[in-house]
Each structure stands twice: as C-alpha cells, then as structure tokens.
Write a protein that binds this ligand. Sequence first.
Ligand code: ADP
Ligand code: ZN
Ligand code: ZN
Length: 740
Amino acid sequence: MREIYADVIIDISHEKLDKTFQYRVPNALAGEIDVGMCVQVPFGKGNTIRKGYVIGLGEECNFDPEKTKAIHALAEGDAGVEANQIKLARILQKKYACTMIQALKTVLPAKKTVKKLQHRTIVRTMSKEEIISLLGQADRKKQVAKVRLLTELMEQERIPYAWVTGKLNVSGATISSLEKCGAIQIQTTTEHRNPVKLQEDRDNRKTLSSQQQQIVDTILADFHQGFTKPYLIHGITGSGKTEVYMEVIREVVAAGKQVIVLIPEIALTYQTLLRFYRRFGDRVSVMNSTLSPGEKYDQCERAKQGEIDVIIGPRSALFTPFPNLGLIVIDEEHEGSYKSESTPKYHARDVAMELAKLHGAGVIMGSATPSLEAYYRAKSGEYLLFTLTERLSGGHLPTVHTVDLRQELREGNRSIFSRKLQDLLSDRLSKGEQSILFLNRRGYAGFISCRACGHVMKCPHCDVSLSEHRNGLLICHYCNYSEPKPKLCPECGSKYISGFRAGTQQIEDKLKEMFPGVRCLRMDGDTTKTKESYENILSAFANEEADVLIGTQMIVKGHDFPKVTLVGVLAADLSLSANDYRAGERTFQLLTQAVGRAGRSKLPGEAVIQTYQPEHYAVRHAKEQDCEGFYEEEILYREMLDYPPAAHMLAVQIFAINAQDGALLADTLAKVARDNRMRVIGPATATISKINDIFRYVFYVKSSDYDKLIETKDKIEEKRKMMQRTGEQVQFDFDPMVTM
Ligand code: ADP
Ligand code: ZN
Ligand code: ZN
C-alpha cells in the first residue's frame, strides 16, 4: 500500500507561516485525514504532542521516509475559532486557486512583537457651557479648526489625539492653545487596549420610517428562524441604510452574536465610526490599514476572547476570528476596493457569503449604486432586494442638465466649458456658493474620439475602445486587433478626431482666465501624494477656503459639502470609452455619485454633464438617476458578450523580462486553455505594456462554469511547471474588476 504524507503547520499564528512539516499518515487514519483538519503531532526532539493543521496531502516524501514521523491522532472535539479560519482558508484556496499558505496568510494575523505604541487622548476638562462660550469666541474669530475640535468636545469627553490631528485636521498648535487655557488635558498611555473609547449614547436611536422598519422586521424575522438569503439594500446616500444596519446589529448583538461591518477604507471616517461608537459603546472596534501588525493581532485576540461585538473595517476585517459570527454588513457594496489586488485576488462579497455559510450568519449589502453583480443576483432571486427611496438627511436630488459637446462645437464654442456650465458657474460665484468640477479620467488610456460627432474608435470584435500607440496604430487590449489611426472620422469625415488631453491643471488655468480672482483647489494624483494632503484639501474646501474644487474621481466620494450647489462633469465620456467591459457601469456609478454631490443641504442643487454621447445609456440613465433602467440595458450587453456576471472570466497575466519570451509564453498558455476547449480572448499586450522594464501580456478565458475555469487554471500551472522557466511570472485573477 502506498504511503500518504501530510504537510502540517504547527503554530498557525506565527509570522513565519511558510514553514510546514511533513508527517506520515498512519494506516489507522488513512482516508480520514483531509486538508484543513486539525491534528496532533509529535514535535521537536522530545516529541511533545502539539496541535497542527494539515494544509496539503501527497504521496511524495521530501525527507527520509524512515525518519518521517507519523501523525499522532486527530485533534479531539472542536478546535475552536481557528478551525473555522482554517476552513475559510481552504475555501479561499479552492475558489481562487492559490496555495494553502497564501490563503492562510490572508486569513490569519501574524504574531509580531511590536513596541507598545504611545496613545494620547484629549480629555475635556471644562463644562459644556464653558466649551460653548469658547466655541462662540472661536467662531467670531473664524478659527475654523478650533471650532471643529470644540464642536466635537461638546459631544464627547474623550477623543483620541490621532483622530483630532488626522480626521479632524486640527494642528498640534491649536490643541496646545486649548490645553493652555484649561479646556482640555492630554493623557498618555502606553497600554494598548481599544483604539477608541467614547461615551456611548444609546438614546440616540431614531424612530425608523416605515420603509426602514419593514426592512428591519424582515431581516430580524429571518435572523430568528435562520438566514436563508443575503440582502441587498438599494438606497441613495442619506436614505437611512446605516440606521437600518444599526437596528439589526443591535438585536444580533443582544442575542450574543458578533458582527462584521465592512466599509471602504476611503469612507472609514471619524463621523461614520462615531455613530457606531455612540450606539454600541466600546464593544465596537476598528480594523484599518493604519493599525500595526501587533495591533491587528491584539484585535484578533480580543475578538477570540469575546471582548468585541462589532468590528468595522475594510475588506480584511472579514478575517476577524469571532467565535459566534451572526451578521456581516457590506456598505458601499459596489466599491472596487473590496477586491484584493494581491494573490489570492478575492472579492470581499464572495468571501463574506462563504464565511456566512460557515457560521449560519446573515449578509446585508447596501449601496446607492449597486454593482451589476449584486443587482443581477438580486433580480435572479439569489439576494433579497430592498429599496429605500426617501432622503432622510434633508436636501433633494439635484436638477441635471446634459450638454451635447458636439452641438457646442458646431455653434462655435471650443472652450472646455459649455455655455450652460459657464452661466451656472458665474451665478454660483456671485451668490457665494460652491461648485465642484469633475474631470472623469478613470480608465483613460489614449482612446480616440471625434469631437464633431462623438464617434469612438472601437474594436470590431470586443466592443471596447481602441487605444492609440506611438507608432500610429490603434490597438485592442483584449484581443490585439489593430488598425492605423484614421486622419478623418469614419462616421462624419471631420478632421477633429483625436485623444482628449485636458488635465486638472489646464482646467484651473482656463477657469482663472474666465473668472479672474476665483479661488480654486485642485485634487488629483499629483496634488494628493499623501493621505494627509488629501484630507487637507477636502477640509480646506469644507471650510469654504475656495469657491471651486477641481478634481478627478477622488472628489466624488466621502465628505459632504453643504455649500456645494453645482457640479460640472467636464467630459463624461472619458471613462465610458475606457478599454474595459465595466466602462459603462463605472461611468454610471461615477456620474450618479458626482451629480449627488450637489444639493446636500437646504440649498437646491444643479449638475451639468458635458458629453459627446448624450444618448449613451450610461449618461442618459445617470441624468435621470435611474438605476434600474441602467441595469436592464447593461445586463443585456453583458449577456450578449458573455462578460461577468453573465458568465465567469479568468484573466491570466504574464510578466516577463524579455518581450519575446513573454509573448511566446502567453501564446503557449493560451493554447493550453484553448485545448481545454475554453473560449479564449487574446493574448494581447496589456494596456500598460511595460512597467519597470517588465513586459506585460494578458489573455482572458470565459466560461459560464466557474469550475471549468479553475480546471483550466490548474492545467496552465501544470504546463508552466513542465516548462521550468524562470524569466516570467504568471498571475491569475478570477472575475477581474479591472482589465489590464
Ligand atoms: P445612508 O447610510 O443611506 O447614507 P444614514 O443612515 O446615514 O443613510 O441616514 C442619513 C441621515 O438621516 C443621518 O443623519 C441619519 O441620522 C438620519 N436618519 C436616518 N434614519 C432616520 C429616521 N428614521 N429618522 C430621522 N433621521 C434619520
Ligand atoms: Zn465624426
Ligand atoms: Zn478586440
């Protein structure tokens, strides 16, 4: 009989997870041991029995078979929280076809010894009345930063120092001045407990609207009988989704279960967290990228020991090891940041579903502009869909105008501002209200369009736009189709056919030419190299230090600006024409979000969308703010061309030191997929064909059967191993969010 050997990890919370030990599976246990199981093994010289986890099985022995020790026994009973984490790793490994070690590293926090950080807390030492009087003084002197801090101090007695300097953007000097006048004290502690300790205020609960109450009732009824389906709450910003989450969470926590709340990193603001702390007190904790590995580890230990009920954080918060998980909330479900960019390239939504299944927990997703995936599944009955239609925070949806830029050109206006936008801008400037100018540059990669008729040069095979290359060719980055760049527009014969090259700097210059003395702030990749500069620009604008904020997609998220009553979208088509099958969806979401920036308070808002394609369905439906209409058309497109979510897609990316070798390898591997009778697109050079002298190629495999894609991936890897090459790297991405 053949021997079976198991790869075992002994101490799973150790930082050096890479080390596995091989053990023989004794005959008595043959057939009983599987990957992910917890076993007892003899370890070290003294052969002490330790707990370990099986992460692989095989027939090959890497050492001397005579000296290889045997597994002692299966671990008794419930191996506790860790067993579930191992199961989750196993699911990741299968679903994203990565190694077990990669999966374990994703789900387990490494134990690293770190120096205890010093934690400073600002403590209020004056009465509320005294603070109010200081607030009045500061307000009269227009000391805006001081006003922000004092306002917060009226509500809270203790605030973490780092939050005040970070999220509230208050300088150390301002804090010391308040300390000197006796309003606050700064306390320093070295012990790390909870990153935050705030006064809780359980009376803050709102009386829910009937729409909200209905959703809460339905979900809670399911909770008590056992969840069967995930929920999707579709509701514009301010429609009360967070209030719904909190009501459900309250009851889940009261039943002794724990909750994970996922929020995109960018929306993880002081305001959001404060709401949760006020409601649930210090049994809430945060997980974010600014925590050190040591702090993350501490958080996980606290979670295991049952000291936390609710954790809030970006996608990695999913891996908090709760003993009795009851609910997962995914806010802003459509956000691209829920997809991991490193192997395993998992999507938080999919992992949340698996995790929920493991624990019998529920999943609630919420968004103002749900992803097509979520919407599609809701329509097919896989998710239960709720809609919230009223804005509870006051304010109304803005009036939206679309301007046809072709018409502007025909009527002699060659400026980047349409006449409508110029009129409205000048009106806002005279009234002292604020405006936002949004340059939609997402996914922009040298596409070519006609300024006279709006025609975009597209690939005849893939229906994505062609990209211009220096050699004068237009190339498709899905299938490598190419054609020479035309001199005249093939639709209308105009000579105005070219790429779009306006940046935010150019927009600022033109704006100043048109409105001398206008105060501008600019926000794009160049002005926001650090997270701090990003926050600084936003808070300067919130403090009304500028009339106009010009920026790329960064400005459409987060922060509320009550004084903004006008949003101008300079060229809606830029992301529409991106060489990517998600271009329509992304454009619709960006436009809807951008437009929604205007009119958040009592002042009515307006928005202008400038476009060459006013009739395009993404633009049309964004103008009407009609999600359903958009989804219906977008789903048809995906179904017709077999793009996700109508089918599954695997991106295979090849990185090579030598261009020819890379191209050859891409061809060889694509042939493996074709031989497996799969639909393959490409290979082609990636949109960015070279980074740091590493050449990049990509091909796509499509199938409605996810398992077939995994099988294909395995065959490709097998082929790779046989070729024994070292100059290239291959990466896999299942259902990619962006194409390369
Ligand atoms: P969303 O998460 O959809 O953006 P929120 O839950 O944040 O919406 O609610 C938006 C605003 O409306 C918040 O200031 C919230 O306190 C308030 N709000 C929510 N529900 C109610 C309610 N039932 N009654 C009064 N105010 C509410
Ligand atoms: Zn034309
Ligand atoms: Zn093509």
